[in-house]
Design a protein around this ligand. Structure first.
Ligand code: SAM
Length: 275
């Protein structure tokens, strides 16, 4: 008997993956959590029926949340990751030796617990001495932090449930105030095929708050449509003005100094969303 996991990405479209083994299915205090092993993409974390990360393609998303911002800021010492309980973004952040402290604020401790147990390749750096893990609401944390971070990364779930406030204008204003005077923030901002309105709204809100706003994209095969966007807001440094010859070669599989600016070259229909 074959078992398949299907993610409905819209009411009438989805992806499906053949399942080898199911490790965990649990209703946490915040969401339905599943940890499964799939033939094609290996072990996979699923939250509320949505693929969060897989062993085979996780490097794309985690590298692209972390490195464009950290290679734009000249000296990122203090970094915050909101969400990101699987640990993948933290792992990438720690590849930058200038980072003295990386704070992770993840609302659901079970995501951290099961990621450490079943996804050690991704979560392995959560116990690094440079990392502080806080199990809490990123929305609250941001509003209590003033002039504190060089870079803030929002690695949250879709704008539903506990993540809904993380896509509101007030949250971006809070991030602006939590950042130092030359800080940078980056957030995952979903896909242009099924969530064009979200990309447009976030872009409009962030442009009202930050002087420099740039959108970039990457290919994440297990995310809806495979074309994933990220929105960067910066108080001082423009990622398109970085001298890529000065970007260090980092231990990566997707991001590179050559891809840094190229990632910001968007398909026309996506550019039009960000006018
Ligand atoms: N890469 C994934 C994506 O693009 O959908 C996100 C992965 S990460 C596992 C998302 C995390 O955000 C989840 O573990 C979820 O618990 C967390 N999260 C959601 N709302 C949050 C909030 N308000 N504060 C902190 N973490 C939150």
């Amino acid at each position: 008997m074959e078992l398949w996991y299907t993610e409905k990405q819209t009411e009438s479209f989805g992806i499906t993956a053949k399942v080898k083994e199911t490790f965990v299915t649990e209703k946490t205090d915040f969401q339905d959590l599943a940890m499964i092993d799939t033939e094609e993409f290996g072990r996979m974390l699923v939250l509320d029926g949505m693929v969060m990360t897989t062993i085979k393609d996780e490097f794309v998303y985690h590298e692209m949340v972390a490195h464009p911002a950290l290679c734009t800021h000249p000296n990122p010492k203090h970094v915050l990751v909101v969400g990101g309980g699987d640990g993948g973004v933290i792992r990438e952040v720690l590849k930058h030796p200038q980072v003295e402290k990386a704070v992770l604020v993840e609302i659901d401790g079970k995501v951290i617990e099961y990621s450490k147990k079943y996804l050690p390749e991704i979560a392995g750096e959560l116990d690094n001495p440079r990392v502080e893990v806080i199990v809490g609401d990123g929305f609250m944390h941001i509003h209590e932090a003033k002039d504190k971070y060089d870079v803030v990364m929002v690695d949250s779930t879709e704008p539903v449930g506990p993540a809904a406030p993380l896509f509101e204008r007030g949250f971006y204003q809070g991030i602006f105030e939590a950042l130092k005077e030359d800080g940078i923030f980056v957030a995952q901002t979903d896909n242009p095929w099924f969530k064009a309105d979200l990309i447009q709204k976030v872009n409009k809100d962030v442009k009202e708050i930050f002087p420099i706003v740039r959108v970039f994209a990457a290919n994440v095969p297990t995310y809806p449509s495979g074309l994933w966007t990220f929105t960067m807001g910066s108080k001082k440094y423009d990622p398109l003005e970085v001298d890529e010859t000065q970007i260090p070669e980092i231990d990566t599989k997707y991001y590179s100094p050559r891809l840094h600016k190229a990632a910001f070259a968007l398909p026309k229909f996506v550019e039009d969303l960000c006018k």
